[in-house]
Design a protein around this ligand. Structure first.
Ligand SMILES: Cc1cc2nc3c(=O)[nH]c(=O)nc-3n(C[C@H](O)[C@H](O)[C@H](O)COP(=O)(O)OP(=O)(O)OC[C@H]3O[C@@H](n4cnc5c(N)ncnc54)[C@H](O)[C@@H]3O)c2cc1C
Length: 280
């Protein structure tokens, strides 16, 4: 039997999230640190510090990683409330692609990988990307059309391909929030090869709320140690479904909140607007 009554925790979190968005996040919407390709990393960190203080940072993840271990239904309610501002999901660290990535990291990563990647991601110390979509004849609606290749060389996978519509990789933010080096910068992380990972172009889209924008990315001989492979080799398609099925719904809940905001703005305008008197 399906329980339709809403629990106390769900109602309390919805109310607390709505207040946080109204009082803390909406005032940031005109902040000059937001450009056409999203908020700067400085602004993201500032908002996330306030969410952390309010007990609202990454509420969807398990308590071990700093959240409340919300059910799908509770997550949906919180995402709808925080979507009331396009900046809300960023402030609360439950925006795409990080929210979907945290979901699959919890399901698939080894304990050591979780400590290395999930813990700082849930804490807002780093950002992440999900690189499935490709230009031309590659992966899109049908990810089985993937043209990017991974070749095993010793104890490293060598990855080559081109991706686009990838949320997050605007080069400006790489040195501070990515553990992959920007092209031409000194490599401080043994996981990636310098000059291998290049953001070719940040696409112009109508949204300006996602940190790092949406980019075309080139992967040229990117070297990933076998210890850093997510789950088992050759199960990538299955893992993508584990990530994408709930991630499509979480997108919808955030947008439901945004649609409610647009509706409220329209109602507010309609109620105060006076039509000019008709000329004779
Ligand atoms: C703002 C934004 C952010 C994004 N961020 C990411 C990201 O971070 N990472 C990532 O990997 N991707 C990302 N994407 C890409 C997104 O997942 C793809 O756009 C989506 O999967 C569709 O692929 P496509 O654009 O190649 O369209 P296509 O697959 O080319 O589809 C084009 C049209 O054809 C239709 N169509 C396709 N196949 C069929 C068929 N067999 N039968 C009938 N109709 C069909 C589709 O419904 C659609 O209307 C993002 C997209 C946007 C807009």
């Amino acid at each position: 039997m399906i329980e339709l009554a809403r629990g106390q925790r769900e109602l309390e979190l919805e109310e607390r999230t709505a207040r946080f968005i109204r009082e803390v996040v909406i005032p940031y919407e005109k902040d000059p640190r937001i450009d056409h390709h999203g908020p700067t990393d400085e602004l993201r960190r500032e908002m996330q510090a306030k969410a952390r203080a309010a007990g609202l940072l990454a509420p969807q993840v398990e308590p071990e990683w700093g959240g409340y271990g919300l059910t799908h239904r509770e997550t949906a309610t919180v995402l709808r409330a925080c979507g009331y501002s396009m900046l809300g999901p960023v402030a609360m660290n439950c925006m795409a692609p990080d929210e979907g990535n945290m979901h699959i990291f919890q399901k698939v990563m080894t304990p050591a990988q979780k400590e290395r990647w999930l813990r700082p991601l849930a804490a807002g110390e780093i950002r992440s990307a999900f690189m499935m979509t490709e230009p031309d004849e590659g992966a899109g609606s049908d990810p089985s059309m993937m043209t990017t290749t991974a070749r095993l060389e010793g104890d490293q996978w060598v990855i080559n391909g081109r991706k686009w519509l990838i949320t997050g990789p605007k080069a400006r933010d790489w040195p501070s929030s990515w553990r992959a080096p920007a092209a031409g910068r000194p490599c401080s992380c043994p996981t990636w090869t310098c000059r291998a990972f290049t953001s070719i172009r940040t696409l112009d889209t109508i949204d300006r709320s996602m940190p790092g924008g949406h980019a075309v990315v080139s992967l040229k001989d990117v070297r990933v140690p076998v210890s850093q492979v997510l789950g088992e080799v050759d199960l990538g398609f299955k893992y993508a479904q584990i990530r994408l099925a709930p991630a499509r719904l979480t997108h919808c809940m955030r947008w439901w909140g945004s649609a409610k905001r647009a509706h409220d703005i329209a109602i507010g305008y309609a109620c105060q607007r006076r039509a000019p008197s008709a000329s004779r």
